[in-house]
Ligand binder design. Structure first.
Ligand code: BGC
Length: 434
């Protein structure tokens, strides 16, 4: 395979809570530290990216990559409602300046699942005030740092709440039929079995911490009808960014499966795609780009989601190792946008595999990039590819055992150990600075 063309963003992605460590003012920090937690372990120091970002960016650069997607943590910037922390702004200014010094293009996510704890106490991602709070935080960040930011992803996987809702419904159904494992197709690390246990005791703890037995975090299950707050938050953020710095390219990202159907499963598959993608078309039509995040395929039959085919190889996450999904999703998104008359640049903001076998990661990258290139050759406008993840990190409720990274981290001393896959990915980077 040849190198990508000049201007193509080839890099890796991380998120603040999963890598930085000590995100103490966030909702997740509280949930991880509950007695009846559903988290396997605590994020703690994570992989200390907060202090070691220079070393991490150096490794990315050394491998030849030219772009880095990371997130700014709202809970750090605004630890209490209306109180903004200049020191944290300075930290992110240093991170961005370092990237510019190294000629690495930043793609900045402003909300990657974790929220300030106070926001959740005020109703979180169901409260009609949240778009206002989000816009206020976004405006502050863009006023202070906008001169260093070319691309913004407002919300990471805006559709995750709706996806979690479908999974929870499916889980309940399966439990009724007393099936044992339904976690196989959850794209993000969640422990559904643990979640269903100790529900009552947990509800009591939630009341103490968040003032409600049912806190609405960003990834709490949401029905399609409840998606308004998320969509309005995105639009409010985009308006603020464009007012302050019209030159910044703005988009959100969506978690998209390559949804396939068996005979008789077409209606189920179409309905799933509609919920995963089509309901967001209106929200994104005025964006500059769309962030595509793909890890797997889902196959639908007449009774709903099917298990992976017999003999399929599974990743550490329990879903199928299926790198061909990326090209299929890019083509499908592009086709639907075209049919609706919406022209949009696509950026693959996440794609990756949880495996402890780096040869499998290399093979995955090879196939995924082949798919991406095939889509580009057919005319799909793809501006970049960010592998998830630069570093092995905290995979939410599943903890540190899921290894998605191009770089391993020994958490006993925080030493970095780049994997071959880092250099393999870097070998496709365009030669010149973008
Ligand atoms: C999320 C990441 C997560 C990754 C792997 C994506 O859904 O944005 O935070 O670590 O998938 O599960």
């Amino acid at each position: 395979m040849k190198k990508f063309e000049k201007g193509f963003l080839l890099g890796a992605a991380t998120a603040a809570h999963q890598t930085e460590g000590n995100n103490i003012h966030s909702d997740y920090w509280l949930m991880e530290n509950m007695k009846y937690t559903e988290f396997n372990e605590k994020s703690g120091l994570a992989v200390d990216h907060y202090n070691r970002y220079r070393e991490d960016i150096d490794l990315l650069k050394k491998a030849g990559l030219n772009a880095y997607r990371f997130s700014i943590e709202w809970a750090r910037i605004e630890p209490e409602e209306g109180v903004f922390d200049e020191k944290e702004i300075k930290h992110y200014r240093d991170v961005l300046s370092y990237m510019h010094e190294k000629c690495i293009t930043p793609v900045v996510t402003l909300m990657h699942f974790t929220s300030p704890y106070w926001l959740i106490k005020k109703g979180g991602w169901r409260s009609e005030n949240t778009p206002f709070y989000f816009q206020r935080y976004v405006s502050y960040v863009i006023e202070k740092l906008g001169d260093l930011i070319p691309y913004v992803v407002t919300l990471n996987e805006a559709n995750m709440g709706v996806q979690v809702n479908s999974i929870a419904l499916r889980y309940r159904k399966m439990m009724e039929k007393s099936a044992s494992n339904v976690e196989g197709n959850v794209q993000v690390g969640m422990n559904f079995n643990a979640m269903m246990e100790n529900m009552k005791a947990k509800a009591g703890e939630y009341v103490t911490l968040f003032g409600t037995p049912d806190p609405k975090t960003f990834v709490s299950g949401r029905s399609e009808e409840e998606e308004d707050v998320v969509i309005s938050s995105h639009i409010a953020a985009r308006e603020a960014i464009k007012r302050i710095r019209p030159e910044i390219k703005v988009g959100l990202s969506l978690s998209l499966h390559d949804i396939q159907s068996l005979e008789g499963g077409e209606d189920n598959a179409n309905e799933e795609w509609r919920k995963e993608f089509s309901i967001y078309l209106d929200a994104i039509k005025d964006d500059d780009f769309l962030g595509i995040q793909n890890y797997a395929r889902s196959i639908y039959g007449k009774d709903g989601l099917e298990n992976p085919p017999d003999g399929a190889e599974l990743t550490q996450m329990g879903y199928e190792n299926y790198p061909y999904a990326l090209g299929n999703v890019l083509r499908r998104v592009n086709k639907e946008l075209g049919e609706k008359g919406i022209k949009k640049t696509l950026i693959v903001t996440e794609n990756g595999i949880a495996t402890d076998n780096d040869e499998k990661r290399i093979a995955f990258i090879e196939k995924a990039l082949e798919g991406l290139r095939g889509a580009k050759d057919e005319g799909v406008e793809v501006k970049g590819y960010f592998h998830w993840s630069l570093l092995d990190n905290f995979e939410w409720q599943k903890g540190f055992s899921m290894t998605f990274g191009l770089i391993a981290v020994d958490r006993s001393n925080m030493e970095r150990h780049p994997k071959e896959s880092l250099y393999y990915l870097g070998s496709f980077a365009p030669k010149e600075k973008v």
